[in-house]
Design a protein around this ligand. Structure first.
Ligand code: BGC
Length: 887
């Protein structure tokens, strides 16, 4: 049977509200007949329809879309067997630039002047009375804020989203959200109370490690519009204006992304609709209009919104002598606690602290949170109650609870992260690797919280560009990253400096070096503007992300080249050696302890980065049909490669200054001339052997080291490194009980204690940094052998890398066309069976360990072959010609 398994609008299956003029429609088809191909397909949106065999990101090109309108979408497909299938969805347009009838409002009596803290939360309220003789057909609330907002109507939350309006480069981009509130408003002439709490969040609150505040606005402000459409077709619009009231004494007493929340349940929002609380009169006063200093483009939410996901119950609770309760959730994650307190006394204060690890005495170790207090202070009302913070989150595995006995409280841990579909799976016969995969997933979940962050616990949680630059491909195997990264890349584009540099953290929001040095470009970190769109394109097949970012990428590479050329002559003109303090170099390389030593490797890492970005840009230019650009960037990449080899090696495959990343990058990026490559591989392998197969790479080398080995016929060495469990190695962390990926490989020593040195890196101990989890791409594409050879897996290769003593591995990822799977088993007689699932609309090349190769269409196929040697034939022998030229 044929069925249309998935239809999306702007990469959402349901509930898309968009301001895009040409929303993109994609669909996937499933069939139980092998070799199904689509012969005929129609996509229609209302009266518009197109006939196309393209399944990915087909733009709506009908009449101009009207605001506040629901559009039906339908896909009709006929296959080569004559079977037919169809599916429907719909989307709604947002404001489509309709001017707001509301205005920005604030509490102008609030002078927020303190530094390094977040403002007092504001509460806004308005009562709404629906005309008695009218019936509501539909009601929508459109809202945004400077700060984080949360609306209730008649005491009920309008949505389950966290951290609206989301973190963007506010001076350019600001999202508004659309809520269906039809069922929340009272009808028949009864009043409804609309309340909004607005805290400082990113825009006004204290953020980044300097704890700077008021970066985007001097205090919170709210912009909202309630549109009520009646069954008779009439419409009422109630916007924010001076008819709204505001107060500074709601139940959320304090909220800060790093420090946590202070909540007084005696002043709950439901009763807060009254004018008195516990006998106290609330200081409601008129809200006043606020003039923002910035003028962002306010667009319908285009993000993957943050929501609750996994809920953990503790695996243990211990009571310490001082009365505090220590709970262990068994998993490090980003999120909040949910407290259920029983038979509380009014005024009883319960405090919760969060940490990733415990001290040897069983208390929480909060040292590495730096200035982040990560604390909840909750004052109870009488009786049973439940509380979960809304305006903060923490990175933690353990909590300590004060002020209540264990039998009077139940706690849960609620994971919060962006709503990206989990599309990938990996498992194999090695438990350690399975745990590693799980740790990679949790590293990602904990750091894909509206923006791609470095870590979720200490006073950073910033959009560090280098981290996602290297982790992007792994993220794309595991999650549908399209909306999440599309959103973030809009800010990357917005934050590019006039000279072409990309700030190290995006959105800038208080820390944006090198934004202050207009032309400055920083290798690997700035490279995110090229590498991230490329990773998204490779997995999604949607060219729009490349088109949107193309000018940004070109400008960036130009800036990189400017710096490379600034010093030196001849080959030196292509060696990027600006002073190393301006780079991160081989960041966190474990073979050298000092930060300055990581940075000192920047001539190598930066030059290789320039080769990589220009080569990738050449591929992108090719995809976009910019062939002159493609030639230019290919030539540039060649020159840079030649310079690297001429300057850094002896010309015979040996680095003058040998370190792992120094070999990894030119090997992975194919920079060595063919005749030198084998010697270079041998020299590299010697270096790895002399380091007992332990990792010596920093951010730029770690994602590629195993590829550099395996793709150069040394799968044996790649597996030894992958399976090594001596520090530093991926499985060392696993052996030490890690449940996420660490920032430093030696985050815990053999005794389970954390190293506290004084080399400047002691303040960098995070147990939840996804960057070195970039090895995940190797698990999928080499261990299981699943790899796109053209964008969006239109064509892909399945070529498992049998070795390392593994007897089984499987991986699957949901491609835009459906789920692609590779699953292999090594039998005692040294034969391998491989099962491959190929989605309708794609074809796969299957390469067995004995080198035999098959081209297959849709369906599930099985293959068997002997394993002649445990290292398969060299990668170069089976290169497939593709538009992407993936590695
Ligand atoms: C962050 C990193 C980041 C780095 C760059 C750190 O503080 O946590 O992950 O990329 O700074 O310097």
């Amino acid at each position: 049977m044929l069925n249309v398994s998935r239809v999306t609008v702007e990469n959402m299956e349901q509930g898309c509200v968009t301001d895009e003029r040409n929303p993109r429609i994609s669909y996937a088809v499933h069939s139980d007949l092998a070799d199904t191909t689509i012969q005929d397909a129609h996509i229609s949106v209302a009266d518009w329809s197109t006939s196309t065999l393209e399944q990915v990101a087909v733009p709506y090109e009908g009449a101009e879309l009207q605001p506040f309108t629901t559009y039906p979408v339908r896909v009709d497909v006929t296959d080569n067997y004559g079977q037919q299938a169809s599916a429907e969805t719909s989307f709604e347009t947002g404001r489509m630039n309709t001017p707001w009838q509301g205005q920005w409002i604030t509490d102008s009596s609030y002078r927020f002047t303190e530094k390094k803290v977040s403002p007092r939360p504001m509460v806004f309220r308005r009562t709404v009375r629906v005309v008695r003789d009218k019936t509501i057909a539909q009601a929508r609330l459109y809202a945004t804020a400077m700060g984080l907002y949360d609306f209730t109507i008649n005491g009920q939350r309008v949505s389950d989203y966290y951290f609206a309006p989301g973190f963007t480069s506010y001076k350019t981009n600001l999202q508004y959200q659309t809520y269906d509130v039809t069922d929340l408003l009272s009808q028949g002439g009864t009043e409804s109370t609309v309340l909004a709490t607005v805290t400082g969040g990113w825009a006004v609150g204290s953020f980044v490690f300097t704890r700077v505040n008021r970066v985007s606005a001097k205090r919170q402000a709210l912009l909202a519009e309630l549109r009520i459409t009646y069954t008779d077709g009439s419409v009422d619009v109630i916007g924010t204006d001076s008819s709204w009231q505001v107060a500074l004494d709601g139940p959320v007493k304090a909220a800060d992304l790093y420090d946590g929340e202070v909540y007084d349940a005696r002043e709950q929002l439901t009763s807060y609709a009254e004018n008195t609380i516990s006998g106290r009169t609330v200081a409601w006063h008129r809200a006043s209009a606020e003039k923002l200093a910035i003028k962002p483009n306010i667009q319908a939410d285009y993000s993957a919104r943050v929501r609750e996901h996994e809920v953990f119950t503790p695996i243990s609770v211990k009571r310490r002598d001082n009365g505090e309760l220590i709970y262990d959730f068994g998993q490090n994650f980003a999120g909040v606690v949910r407290l259920r307190i029983k038979q509380a006394r009014v005024g009883q204060v319960v405090t919760v602290k969060h940490a990733e690890i415990l001290n040897p005495d069983g208390s929480l170790n909060t040292t590495f949170l730096r200035t982040a207090k990560a604390q909840i202070t909750y004052t109870c009302r009488e009786g049973d109650q439940e509380y979960q913070p809304r305006f903060t989150y923490m990175g933690f595995r353990y909590i300590s609870v004060h002020g209540v006995e264990a039998d009077h409280i139940d706690v849960q841990g609620v994971a919060l992260y962006s709503d990206m579909d989990e599309i990938g799976s990996f498992s194999c016969s090695h438990d350690g690797l399975n745990r590693l995969h799980s740790n990679i997933m949790w590293g990602a979940k904990s750091n894909l919280v509206d923006i791609p962050t470095d870590c979720p616990q200490r006073d950073e949680r910033m959009g560090w560009t280098g981290d996602i630059a290297v982790f992007g491909p792994t993220a794309c195997f595991n999650f549908d990253m399209s909306r999440f990264l599309d959103k973030w890349l809009r800010d990357v584009k917005a934050e590019q400096t006039r000279g072409g540099g990309i700030p190290n953290t995006v959105p800038v929001q208080g820390y944006g070096f090198p934004a202050t040095m207009p032309k400055m470009a920083i290798d690997w970190w700035g490279d995110a503007c090229v590498l991230v769109p490329w990773a998204v394109y490779c997995s999604s097949g949607d060219k729009q992300i490349l088109r949107n970012m193309y000018a940004t990428m070109k400008k960036y590479v130009k800036a990189c080249l400017f710096w490379a050329k600034l010093w030196g002559r001849g080959d030196q003109r292509y060696i990027w050696n600006t002073p190393s303090v301006l780079h991160f170099g081989d960041w966190v390389a474990p073979d050298v302890p000092q930060m300055s030593q990581w940075q000192a490797r920047s001539p190598w890492t930066a030059t290789a980065s320039l080769n990589n970005t220009s080569r990738t840009l050449a591929r992108i230019a090719q995809v976009l049909g910019e062939s002159e650009d493609a030639t230019y960037y290919n030539q540039l990449a060649d020159r840079v490669a030649q310079a690297y080899i001429n300057v850094f090696t002896d010309g015979q495959g040996k680095l003058k200054n040998e370190f792992q990343t120094g070999y990894v990058l030119p090997l992975y990026l194919n920079m060595f001339p063919r005749e030198q490559r084998e010697v270079a591989v041998n020299n590299f392998v010697k270096l790895v052997e002399s380091n007992d197969y332990k990792i010596g790479t920093g951010f730029p080398g770690t994602p590629y080291i195993l590829f550099a080995l395996a793709d150069n016929s040394r799968a044996d060495v790649a597996y030894r490194m992958l399976l090594n469990d001596t520090c530093p190695s991926w499985l060392y962390e696993v052996k030490q009980g890690a449940t996420t990926i660490w920032e430093r490989w030696d985050g815990l020593d053999e005794n389970g204690e954390c190293p506290i040195g004084d080399d400047g890196t002691d303040i960098m101990i995070s147990y939840n940094h996804y960057a070195s989890g970039a090895v995940g791409a190797f698990l999928y594409s080499r261990v299981a052998g699943l790899e796109a050879t053209s964008a969006g897996y239109k064509t892909f290769r399945v070529k498992p890398l049998i070795g390392g003593g593994l007897t089984h591995a499987q991986a699957s990822t949901r491609t835009p066309y459906g789920t692609a799977t590779s699953s292999w088993t090594l039998h005692a007689d040294n034969t391998v069976t491989l099962s491959v699932t190929v989605p309708v609309g794609t074809t796969a090349q299957v390469v067995m360990p004995d080198g035999t190769s098959y081209q297959v269409g849709s369906g599930t196929h099985s293959f068997t072959s002997p394993v002649s040697s445990l290292s398969p034939a060299p990668q170069t022998e089976v290169k497939v010609a593709t538009d992407m030229e993936v590695r």
